[in-house]
Write a protein that binds this ligand. Structure first.
Ligand code: ZN
Length: 362
């Protein structure tokens, strides 16, 4: 009897709890982050001590060893990317692509370099016609463009990239999305802060003409988040790939470690803004893998095994999976439909070639 009397209260409690945890789709947001050519080897295994040598460009061998190397693999990967590992091993996080656990995230474009990879991530399918990194406007409609044409998301999609090819990949001319990329000045945010960031970006030494430092790209994305609160934010970081191509394993590790901090900063910023707090899915992935061995790690191509494998992490409310995936088989092309599905939309309606969303959402 006592139980029956309290039943209505219990039902009200259950209803209230459900209503609280299942945020209406109308409020949901997505932050998609890419780390260019960061290998699963480092994400899952941490620093590879065999590559910490003078001939792999490491200036301070013992300092780099003590900074990143640990006896235990779990310790070692947490040392390199502490935030990613903390959140992906929590109940609200998930990560796939650890070949030690037979978890595979395949790049399906067969080329294993940047533009084809970003096209596959954003357009939801590999396109053999996308076969160079040239600054050519993408003919494919990315999920960002598709969402930006949707009334609910109109002018609520923003993109920040370190690499100056992103305006072409996202077809800034047709998509209507302002893509801030390369050494382009930042525009959105607190005016004094933007002025200071632009002064530094303009006057600091540029290691690459076509790639802005990730700290500046991230600063721009953080300002965008605070100011315009876009429902979809794409942040494409680039330094990992470029330091690897330069054969600097120490700076490749440093960039991975800094990028982990930038992911944390974006997440913490989101959690401090009511519009994003507890209703935002973060997806973090890469455009291609890299080769293996003393020379192979520097590059990526059809000739370098390992280039065809990437990894995907996701965290936020609404995931149906958690922890480190074991035995799963996924594709890079599934990211686009996953972004749309989280927002309550079916991206395959746009194009039947679009691969299905990752089976990770409730
Ligand atoms: Zn790349």
């Amino acid at each position: 009897m006592q139980f029956l009397k309290s039943l209505p209260t219990l039902l009200i409690f259950l209803f209230a709890t459900t209503a609280f945890t299942d945020e209406p789709l109308a409020n949901r947001r997505v932050v998609l982050i890419t780390l260019d050519g960061l290998r699963g080897e480092e994400v899952f295994g941490g620093a590879d001590e065999r590559l910490i040598s003078r001939d792999n460009g490491v200036e301070d061998v013992s300092g780099t060893m003590s900074r990143y190397c640990r006896i235990d693999t779990t310790d070692k990967r947490q040392t390199l990317m502490p935030f990613l590992w903390q959140i992906c091993t929590s109940e609200n996080g998930w990560i796939a692509g650890d070949i030690e656990k037979e978890s595979v995230v395949a790049v399906t474009n067969g080329l294993y370099f940047s533009y084809p990879g970003y096209n596959e991530i954003l357009s939801g399918f590999p396109d053999p016609a996308v076969n160079s990194n040239a600054k050519k406007l993408n003919e494919n409609v990315t999920v960002l463009e598709w969402l930006n044409k949707h009334p609910e998301f109109k002018n609520s999609v923003a993109a920040y990239g370190s690499w100056d090819v992103f305006p072409y990949i996202i077809n800034h001319k047709r998509s209507g999305i302002e893509v801030n990329a390369g050494w382009m000045p930042l525009k959105v945010g607190n005016p004094e802060r933007i002025e200071a960031l632009n002064y530094i970006a303009k006057n600091i030494f540029h290691e690459w003409d076509g790639v802005r430092y990730d700290s500046i790209t991230t600063s721009g994305a953080l300002e965008e988040m605070k100011t315009n609160k876009p429902r979809v934010l794409f942040v494409a970081l680039g330094e990992t790939d470029d330091w690897a191509h330069k054969g600097r394993y120490d700076r490749y590790l440093l960039a991975a470690n800094q990028n982990d901090g930038f992911i944390r900063d974006l997440y913490e910023m989101a959690q401090s803004i009511p519009e994003y707090k507890d209703n935002t899915l973060f997806i973090v992935t890469s455009d291609h893998g890299r080769g293996d061995g003393r020379e192979g790690w520097k590059n990526h191509s059809v000739l370098l095994p390992g280039s065809e494998r990437i990894w995907i992490a996701a965290f936020g409310p609404g995931l149906s999976v958690s922890g480190v995936d074991e035995g799963g088989k996924f594709e890079q092309a599934q990211v686009a439909a996953t972004v749309a599905k989280y927002l309550g939309l079916d991206f395959s309606q746009h194009n039947s070639q679009v691969r299905p969303p990752l089976p990770i959402l409730k």
